[in-house]
Design a protein around this ligand. Structure first.
Ligand code: FAS
Ligand code: PHB
Length: 390
């Protein structure tokens, strides 16, 4: 098989780029190692920057997001016995975020690709990119016991943190930067009415907590747990009891609990791989960078990678202009590192660190006192949370 662009990975990054390129007549094939149902069963992000939402609309996949997603103009940080409101709309010059689950937007993207006859190869085994620095790269994979080859001009590595693409960059070229946090997030999804119309981020001496939602009948909650915890250590009752201990009393009193329909522990890490290009391989999304979810930047960092790649490929195929492709890595990384900074800052400010000293805890308190005493500080938080410009 021959195509112009071969995309490895059928998560939101790969699917969004595939759909955008398709609409511009750029031929592409997407290879995903799992089934669509397996991909959709993963519960992940919940908050979309306005830039991501605009890309979904440009991909003609924004209709359900706009109908079912919730516009959020702020959120609450509960800390030191107070509930402080972050007015995103006021401090970001009128912007907001959309609360719409990654599962749903990924479903919308799969539906769009399948409706437009997209060339998606699901359950593609042993995907391997080859000859990346030549003018004729190709990708091989196995399916139904047969070996397949796709000849292409560009390979997009959108295969997530554990994918094959980043590992295809030689060790003497690749530079990796990583910070692992000494805790994880235990997340629960429940068919219950959310405890609050806006998200509540909680800084508590027992550990961080987050009250989020997917809709008015589907709630998403998280509590910080030690890295040694296993999800089987946590019954639903134990989860709800611990969440209530960390919430402000009046919030805990109105919390509606119910059986978990998904429960998992995610480790927290900050990670960046440089460069994001190697020959005709371009990395995008989690294949190149990971953030702790505290700042809701994970999925949203993928958005700008896709935006830059989409426009760079358009310029190449429509104008013969390769400046976008040549500048991709530097441009994408500039925004990626800003998302890294913001996610590190939110995580450091709101979590309990096992090895912290009294001075560190005073600094956390001061960070929050400064934040809520300064319009400039709230403006900085707001512009990062709604999404820095692409
Ligand atoms: P993905 O990992 O989503 O997709 C990569 C795809 O490539 C997968 O479908 C995988 O099966 C496929 N693949 C992998 N190797 C392959 C191979 N060799 N061949 C073919 N296909 C291959 N972000 C937030 O903003 N908020 C959150 O609350 C949040 N929570 C998260 C919780 C967890 C447990 C995780 C892991 C991530 C979370 N994230 C969150 C970040 C997450 O949303 C990612 O940013 C988002 O999934 C990135 O999308 P992709 O880059 O498409 O990568
Ligand atoms: C979520 O709803 O899953 C979510 C929301 C905001 C975050 C992290 C996770 O910062």
């Amino acid at each position: 098989m021959r195509t112009q662009v071969c995309i490895i990975g059928g998560g939101p990054s790969g699917l969004l780029l595939s759909q955008l390129l398709h609409l511009k007549g750029i031929d592409n094939v997407l290879l995903e190692k799992h089934t669509r149902d397996y991909v959709l069963a993963r519960i992940r992000a919940g908050v979309l920057e306005h830039g991501f939402a605009d890309l979904m609309r440009e991909a003609q996949c924004g209709e359900r997001m706009d109908r079912e997603g919730e516009i959020h103009r702020g959120f609450i940080i509960a800390h030191d016995g107070k509930q402080s409101h972050v007015d995103l709309h006021k401090y970001s010059g009128g912007n907001s975020v959309i609360v719409y689950g990654q599962t749903e937007l990924t479903r919308d993207l799969y539906d769009a690709r399948e409706k437009s006859g997209g060339k998606l190869v699901m359950e593609a085994d042993d995907v391997q990119p080859h000859d990346l620095t030549s003018a004729t790269p190709h990708v091989t994979y196995r399916k139904d016991g047969a070996e397949h080859r796709i000849d292409c001009e560009y390979v997009i590595g959108a295969d997530g943190f554990h994918g094959v693409s980043r590992k295809s960059i030689p060790a003497n070229v690749l530079r990796e930067y990583e910070k692992v946090y000494p805790f994880g997030w235990l997340g629960v999804l429940s068919r219950t009415k959310p405890v609050n119309p806006e998200l509540i981020y909680v800084k508590h001496e027992r550990g961080f907590a987050l009250c989020s939602l997917r809709s008015q009948v589907l709630s998403r909650y998280y509590i910080q747990v030690p890295l040694t915890d296993k999800v089987e250590d946590w019954s639903d009752d134990a989860f709800w009891a611990e969440l209530k201990r960390r919430l402000p009393a009046e919030v805990a009193a109105r919390l509606i609990t119910g059986p978990s329909i998904e429960k998992s522990i995610a480790p927290l890490r900050s990670f960046v791989a440089e460069p994001m290009r190697y020959g005709n391989l371009f990395l995008a999304g989690d294949a190149a960078h990971i953030v702790p979810p505290t700042g809701a930047r994970g999925l949203n960092s993928a958005a700008s990678d896709i935006y830059y790649l989409y426009h760079a490929l358009l310029d190449h195929y429509q104008k013969g202009d390769d400046r976008g492709l040549d500048n991709y890595s530097a441009k994408a990384l500039a925004r990626v590192w800003k998302a890294q900074r913001f996610s590190w800052w939110m995580t450091t400010m709101l979590h309990s660190f096992p090895d912290s000293i009294e001075y560190d805890r005073k600094l956390q308190q001061t960070e929050l006192e400064y934040l809520f005493s300064s319009a400039a500080a709230q403006g900085s938080l707001a512009e990062n949370y709604v999404g820095l410009p692409f």
